[in-house]
Design a protein around this ligand. Sequence first.
Ligand SMILES: Nc1ncnc2c1ncn2[C@@H]1O[C@H](COP(=O)(O)OP(=O)(O)O)[C@@H](O)[C@H]1O
Ligand SMILES: [Mg+2]
Length: 298
Amino acid sequence: MSTVTRTETTPRADAGAGPEAAPLLELEGVGKTFGHIRALDGISLTVGAGEVTCILGDNGAGKSTLIKIIAGLYKPTSGRYLVDGEPVDFSSPRQALDRGIATVYQDLAMVPLMPVWRNFFLGSELRKGVGPFRMLDSVRMRRIADEELKKMGIDLPDIEAPVGNLSGGQRQVVAIARAVYFGARVLILDEPTAALGVKQSGVVLKYVNAARDAGLGVIFITHNPHHAYLVGDHFAVIKLGEMELDQPRSALTLDDLTHHMAGGAELDALQHELKRGEAPEVEPPHDAGREGPDVQTR
Ligand SMILES: Nc1ncnc2c1ncn2[C@@H]1O[C@H](COP(=O)(O)OP(=O)(O)O)[C@@H](O)[C@H]1O
Ligand SMILES: [Mg+2]
């Protein structure tokens, strides 16, 4: 059950996606400098409801800076940021969250020794009773966590199990379900598959689709074009702080995307160099089954 089949996008009717509805998020010519370092420059991006926007780029491209602006952690130094068509000026992630913009970071804020359901409600625990006798409503929290996970098709053997017993992929998935339950309209995932193997990545990608099908605008940050292409409706490639490519799925093949990510022209030049047929000066590595350098050539 870990294969990812991509269903065609049908934005939910109630996702506010009428023809004249403003997109969930818009960035217009956004820039960010840190002292003399220009991390981002002239970034324009639109994120719609019921679609997965993939943000790709090499290390240091500016992906994290971009999502920190969207998540309310940084203010842009230039350009405009609009939510539902209105300019916003967030001073904290809390303000972004209040507008339904939730972020699942790589280092998930979870307590490994606590059960799944406690982590599901971490920081937003349900209580019962009044005054000094208010106590955790563990019955209700268990029931809701169980229902919500099932609603997204997440089948965990035991929500009493400590989160630390779950696989990396399952933890990401619990974090996604939690964000959906707490009313996220935009879900930002910062490299959720970076530390995962193929199978676990498949699990996460499946729930990226589930969040999209629930009508959320998902922003999926990755440097893996294969993962992006499995779920993406829209692809933005950032290079050295600038938007290098911004295309809908219909305008792009996986090969195009891989080529852009691999550094396109630079890789072509390298391929040309490597094809000259000069014998290498060094001994080939004693690595059975591998021939030549590990460079993808197409
Ligand atoms: N807080 C900061 N102070 C100074 N420079 C930063 C800061 N955050 C990021 N940068 C710089 O901005 C550029 C983009 O970084 P980042 O957004 O983390 O890239 P990515 O997430 O794509 O790897 C890098 O050159 C990085 O060194
Ligand atoms: Mg980063």
